[in-house]
Design a protein around this ligand. Structure first.
Ligand SMILES: Cc1ncc(COP(=O)(O)O)c(C=O)c1O
Length: 385
């Protein structure tokens, strides 16, 4: 029996099972453990961050960054419309009015030209996403923010760990950067995340908010002789049993990234000769970016045919998919918006985007099958067929 080509399949790539067992048998599987410390060290070293706090998810890391902004009534935060809900939700629940920014069609990251029109004295932060692990137009965004030095740049780097913009690692560009280790990401531990602090001045307070509003970390480091309630906060810490799973994955980062690069390069090479004829726009990686190889997407020419292509592929046993529904047009997006904004590129892309199966261990046969199935579906759904 021929089995489906799965869209995603988290794999054991190194010492995950040994480390998880060690974390459990060691008697301290809660947060603040040795595996979390070692995972945080790897992440902070890669981005050159002052500190990495291991969190229960990327959503939680975004929430912690939103808390650290101390948002006041009337403050707004600019977020892309084309992203996962958490990028926006984390700031909305801390009281920010949301201003949605459109994306540019080359990288599907925030469009600096649109961003420039949205800036005003209410804006406290701009959140960027490096979609698919390809850096957004960082130069363009920096040029806009140069006129607004008090505005905080937050990087939702859920897709971009180990990618780079020129020689700058993704995750090193914002005052705060967040990471995801959800089962759908390159490096996984079920559910997990991290907050990278790139300004040393944020470290002390972030440690308190991270640990239920207490100075427990200062106590653990021997800086105070007891710990007490100091500030707002929540329980953000990643259990060590999950950090153990994650650390094993991070230890084989080169192997995992090489496997994912192979998948990306295979799709890019196999689809390139057919793209023009089918009117399909292939995922683009500008020359000066190191991609993180989180996913592979294409943009189909006809928005009303995308779901037909997906359906044909599913019937042929290939699990392709789509996302995101533009946030500016969603029910909650409208409710949390500080003002109404049009994001036509986000709208258009969300209707034409198709993601191909992408995981570490797709075989040559799987990849051939995905490409053949996609080409067949894209051809038969052309309007004149
Ligand atoms: C851009 C982006 N931000 C945030 C998240 C949320 O990550 P998590 O599931 O770790 O909370 C995701 C999840 O897919 C995402 O794609």
């Amino acid at each position: 029996m021929v089995t489906d080509v799965l869209f995603n399949l988290p794999a054991v790539e190194g010492r995950e099972l040994d480390y998880v067992q060690e974390a459990i048998r060691g008697g301290h599987p809660a947060s603040g453990g040795e595996f979390a410390r070692r995972a945080a060290e790897v992440l902070a070293a890669d981005a050159g961050s002052a500190e990495a706090l291991m969190t229960t998810s990327c959503t939680a890391a975004l929430e912690l960054s939103a808390m650290l902004l101390d948002l006041q009534p009337g403050d707004t935060v600019i977020v892309p419309s084309f992203t996962f809900t958490s990028t926006a939700l984390a700031f909305a629940r801390q009281g920010a009015g949301l201003v949605f920014c459109d994306i540019e069609p080359r990288t599907l990251g925030i469009d600096p030209a649109h961003l420039a029109t949205l800036m005003d004295e209410h804006v406290r932060a701009v959140v960027i996403v490096h979609y698919a692990g390809v850096a957004c137009d960082v130069d363009g965004i920096r040029a806009v923010l140069a006129d607004w030095p008090d505005v905080t740049l937050v990087e939702d780097n859920a897709h971009g760990l180990f990618g780079a913009f020129r020689d700058e690692p993704l995750g090193s560009l914002g005052r705060f950067a967040t990471l995801s280790f959800h089962e759908t990401k390159n490096f996984v531990c079920g559910e997990g995340g991290a907050l990278l602090l790139n300004d040393p001045d944020d470290v002390d307070r972030a440690r308190v908010l991270y640990d239920k509003g207490t100075n427990r970390q200062a106590f653990m480091l021997g800086q105070v002789d007891k710990y007490t309630w100091q500030d707002t906060g929540s329980s953000f810490g990643l259990a060590d049993v999950l950090a153990a799973y994650l650390l094993a994955q991070l230890e084989v980062r080169d192997t995992i990234q090489a496997k994912r690069k192979r998948v990306h390069d295979w799709y890019a090479a196999a689809l390139a000769p057919h793209a023009e004829e089918l009117g399909v726009q292939l995922m683009h990686v500008p020359e000066d970016r190191t991609p993180a190889h989180h996913m592979y997407y294409v943009l189909l020419p006809h928005r009303d045919r995308r779901n037909d292509v997906l359906e044909l592929m599913r019937k042929a046993g290939v699990q392709a998919t789509f996302h995101y529904q533009p946030l500016h047009a969603s029910e909650a997006g409208r409710a949390f918006a500080a003002r109404e904004v049009e994001c036509p590129v986000a709208q258009d892309v969300s209707e034409r985007l198709l993601r191909l199966p992408f995981h570490n261990n797709l075989t040559d046969a799987d990849l051939d099958r995905v490409v053949a199935t996609f080409l067949e579906a894209a051809t038969t759904t052309l309007p004149d067929r």
